[in-house]
Design a protein around this ligand. Structure first.
Ligand code: PAF
Length: 281
């Protein structure tokens, strides 16, 4: 497995793979890899000749009051996980190389970034779209892999690829969950034992919403209210948002007629967790 620390090293690696007509799958990550990331890597491994994992804690997608400084990092463990998963190369550039002085170009996806996480994290998706565009330009993958836990991120990246005619396929991979339903996330590490015990309430609440819809409830307000009550029944929780929305536009729906996305962000202490499920009406 190769460790590519600079953009130049990455370009040389990519060039040699392209010369040999190898297809490249890219798994963009911020490191501290867990089962969710590894499921992206396994899917990429099945579909490409060469798999590249990028590890870059992207400063531009964190707000000033967010957790950039304490975001968990464990490069040694990540290297082992990647090596065991038969990754061909890790690309781990320094922040100064990705964002040198006089960096002035940003990728802004409108409308679908104004709701859900975009509403509570202004500038977040501009940072994500910009860094992902840069990774696509550097690695030139045939396919790139994103987890559905970050459903809005996947929708934003697909829109960007479509709007800017980027020549690659975006592959989305289902959320990986712990045995009690908690979606795997690097941020789960922040949870205290008490908060960890409360954390399955997110998935349980999504399942409650699903049961109501599958039992014939068409009024999104009724589903929304039941979900709010369920989260609030658990101590130490604070709702950022709960949404019953259209999975393509991410706009809230009034009447549930087709497939809907149930999505939420909930604070447990200082940790903000997100989760979602798709439900057929
Ligand atoms: O999902 C993530 O870990 C990040 O948002 C990504 C896609 C690696 C961009 O920094």
């Amino acid at each position: 497995m190769e460790l590519l620390r600079t953009i130049e090293e990455a370009r040389q690696f990519v060039l040699s793979q392209k010369k040999r007509e190898k297809s490249i799958g890219l798994v963009p990550t911020m490191g501290y890899l867990h089962e969710g990331h590894l499921s992206l890597v396994h899917t990429a491994r099945e579909q490409n000749d060469v798999v590249v994992v990028s590890i870059f804690v992207n400063p531009t997608q964190f707000g000033p009051q967010e957790d950039l400084d304490r975001y968990p990092r464990d490069l040694e463990k990540d290297r082992n996980s990647c090596s065991q998963a038969s990754v061909d190369a890790i690309f781990m550039p320094a922040a100064e190389e990705m964002y040198p002085e006089r960096f002035h170009t940003w990728v802004q996806v409108d409308t679908i970034t104004e709701t859900l996480c975009g509403a509570s994290r202004p500038g977040h998706f501009r940072g994500v779209a910009t860094v992902v565009s840069k990774l696509f330009n550097i690695i030139q993958p045939d396919r790139a892999y994103f987890g559905l836990k970050d459903f809005q991120q996947a929708v934003v990246i697909k829109q960007m690829v479509r709007d800017l005619n980027m020549p690659l396929e975006i592959v989305t991979v289902p959320t990986v969950r712990e045995a009690d339903g908690l979606a795997t996330s690097s941020r789960n590490k922040y949870l205290t034992a008490k908060q960890r015990a409360s954390a399955p309430v997110l998935y349980n609440t999504l399942k409650l919403g699903q049961r109501l819809i599958e039992a014939g409830e068409h009024n999104a307000d009724v589903v929304h209210e039941a979900m709010v009550k369920e989260i609030e029944s658990q101590p130490n929780t604070r709702i950022d948002y709960i949404s019953v929305c259209n999975p393509e536009t991410l706009a809230p729906v009034d009447k549930i007629e087709n497939r809907v996305l149930l999505a939420m962000a909930v604070w447990l202490g200082n940790t903000r967790l997100i989760d979602n499920i798709l439900v057929e009406a």
